[in-house]
Write a protein that binds this ligand. Structure first.
Ligand SMILES: Cc1cc2nc3c(=O)[nH]c(=O)nc-3n(C[C@H](O)[C@H](O)[C@H](O)COP(=O)(O)OP(=O)(O)OC[C@H]3O[C@@H](n4cnc5c(N)ncnc54)[C@H](O)[C@@H]3O)c2cc1C
Length: 559
């Protein structure tokens, strides 16, 4: 280690045995079969922070310091002794790492290339459990300590701040924040990078690149989220959309040996990822947050070798030739023998003229921990009478002073589960306002006032409410399919037995066999989850359909 090192070790104390487990000699021998022994000198850098291809090391003699470079100094994160190993989630994703590995004294390590680590976690159950648990817990620690390669300089009054926070959080990427509203000394930092207040939020990426109010795509590019992925090869299966349906299809297809690529406009998890607490998903009696479920599913898909292009939207399906091609915004097209469409549906927007002005700065389409923090102690409105509106109201009632639920109809019984209605009735902070619609939104940089009308009495009222959660039904994400597959009257994709002989004839179905379950009017192209006509809009049904479609993908690949 250099003399400039500042000894500030992290406090992993609570679960140190799981974060930095000690491997047995038998386990080390099994890893050694996949790598090579390397002698290291004192001070030698084994891996640099930000190096493109992560490698894995097991210490067998001496010790390795995990350090975080900061200018010409290093901050000590942890010290690994014989039997301990390096690595975290980037080992699975193939993204750049955040730390430098430096030998603290002369010693020996076993060095293993990333692809051999991936093979190991797929074939050795015992090592898979130890390694994956340590990788995930280390990522949790990095996030908790903001130990990433990103600084977000933002303001609660800038819509982009919440968007980028949500993007980084939902991609499980550690970052630290500087809040312009609270940190008076930040102006000097902005001046240093010649950034004006209009450029907010600012993302400082890897301590070098300064992005001014960037798109999610620019953030993903800067952090190299997609660098390790080859666009050129023809994939057995391309899955469009990484919500529960797409992630499930990825886990099953990759674990069954298919070469799988997922495309995702935003972050893994889809709508479910924005759910504060999913309470009816099998196996989680106390509920699980959508973010947790998505993180676990994404890690599981990566463990089996599925790859995900983040912040890349499918813009067109080219369906007049095989393999099928999928055009991506600003990127090279990807080629697929089979396709699973799992693009879900989006919540309807409120019919208010100046809505866009307040989206992200007072009007939200999901109620997660991030939004709950922003509106803590204030009055909020939830619009909608479905289950997601009910969940949002109950969740927000923990932190908000009062939650008004606005519904057009006279009651919730026809649209919401009984257990949620009961929770709402038992929560004094929630007020149900039937027959009520929002008619105007007012404010400047942020929503300040909401006007609503009671359609029964005809009276209108204006309230100083700064946060509206719109949860009012869904529209399918099928715009990019441009006539390739048959849709129902609401624009959802028709599959299997829902495709009548007339619909198949109109779509020029070319095969003697009928479409498989979940297959669209285009052979080898399947639709699963919320985007599919007749789908029950639940996480469990999305997950189930994702797995079922894979069984038929195998059949099509063998046709
Ligand atoms: C706040 C909230 C709470 C909910 N709570 C529950 C609950 O408690 N229990 C329950 O069972 N269900 C719940 N639901 C419903 C459940 O989340 C959905 O049924 C489920 O997420 C559907 O999964 P999906 O994969 O089909 O679609 P989605 O989750 O919508 O995922 C689709 C994905 O496709 C991506 N995408 C769209 N277009 C493109 C494109 N062109 N290119 C690339 N990617 C694209 C989207 O970004 C998205 O990530 C809730 C929904 C919400 C919004």
């Amino acid at each position: 280690m250099t003399d400039t090192t500042t000894p500030v070790p992290l406090t992993f104390a609570s679960r140190v045995d799981q974060v930095f487990p000690m491997l047995t000699s038998e386990q080390i021998a099994r890893i050694a079969a996949h790598g090579q022994v390397r002698h290291v000198q004192r001070g030698e850098v084994l891996m640099e922070a930000g190096e493109q291809t992560p490698r894995f090391f097991v210490v067998t003699a001496g010790h390795i310091a995990i350090v975080r470079p900061s200018g010409s100094t290093e901050e000590l994160v942890a010290v690994l002794r014989p039997g301990q190993f390096t690595g975290e989630v980037t080992m699975l994703s193939g993204r750049r790492g955040f730390v430098r590995l430096r030998a603290g004294e002369p010693g020996d390590v076993i060095e293993v290339e990333r692809e051999h680590v991936l093979a190991l976690v797929q074939t050795d159950g015992e090592l898979s459990e130890i390694l994956l648990r340590a990788f995930l817990l280390r990522r949790v620690e990095l996030i908790a300590h903001g130990f990433g390669d990103v600084v977000l300089v933002g303001s609660r009054h800038a819509a982009g701040t919440l968007r980028i926070q949500a993007f980084l959080t939902r991609n499980g990427h550690p970052y630290s924040t500087i809040d312009l509203d609270r940190d008076a000394g930040v102006q000097a930092l902005l001046d240093r990078f010649q950034v004006t207040v209009d450029d907010v939020p600012v993302v400082i990426c890897r301590g070098e690149v300064v992005l001014r109010n960037p798109t999610n795509r620019q953030v993903a590019d800067c952090l190299g989220f997609n660098e390790a992925i080859d666009h050129t090869q023809v994939r057995d299966l391309v899955i469009v959309g990484a919500g529960p349906a797409g992630l499930s299809a990825a886990v099953y297809s990759a674990s069954e040996g298919l070469d799988v690529l997922m495309l995702e406009t935003n972050s893994p998890g889809g709508q479910a990822g924005s759910s504060s607490q999913i309470e009816n998903y099998l196996g989680f009696p106390t509920g699980i947050s959508g973010q947790d479920l998505a993180t676990r599913a994404y890690t599981q898909a990566q463990k089996f070798g599925a790859q995900l292009l983040i912040a890349q939207s499918a813009t067109q399906l080219v369906c007049d030739r095989k393999p099928y091609a999928i055009e991506i915004d600003q990127g090279p097209r990807v080629l697929a023998r089979t396709v699973i469409i799992a693009t879900g549906a989006e919540y309807r927007r409120l019919a208010i003229e100046n809505l866009a002005q307040f989206e992200g700065v007072g009007v939200y389409y999901g109620a997660t921990f991030v939004e709950a923090q922003v509106c803590g102690g204030e009055e909020v409105i939830v619009v909608g009478g479905g289950n997601s509106a009910g969940q949002a109201a109950v969740f927000l009632a923990h932190t908000a002073r009062r939650v008004h639920i606005l519904i057009r109809s006279g009651g919730l019984a026809a649209s919401m589960s009984r257990y949620l209605i009961q929770r709402i009735e038992e929560t004094p902070a929630i007020v149900l306002r039937p027959h009520t619609v929002i008619t105007a939104l007012e404010g400047g940089d942020h929503l300040e006032r909401v006007r609503w009308r009671d359609n029964q009495t005809g009276t209108s009222e204006t309230h100083a409410i700064r946060h509206v959660f719109a949860m009012t039904g869904a529209v399918p994400n099928t715009g990019w399919l441009a006539g390739c597959v048959a849709l129902d009257a609401q624009g959802f994709i028709k599959t299997g037995v829902d495709l009548s002989p007339e619909a198949l004839a109109a779509a020029r179905w070319p095969l003697a066999r009928a479409p498989h379950l979940l297959e669209t009017s285009l052979p080898g192209v399947f639709a699963v989850g919320d985007v599919r006509g007749g789908n029950i809009k639940r996480v469990a049904s999305a997950v189930g359909e994702g797995s079922i479609a894979v069984a038929f993908v195998h059949q099509v690949l063998h046709e």
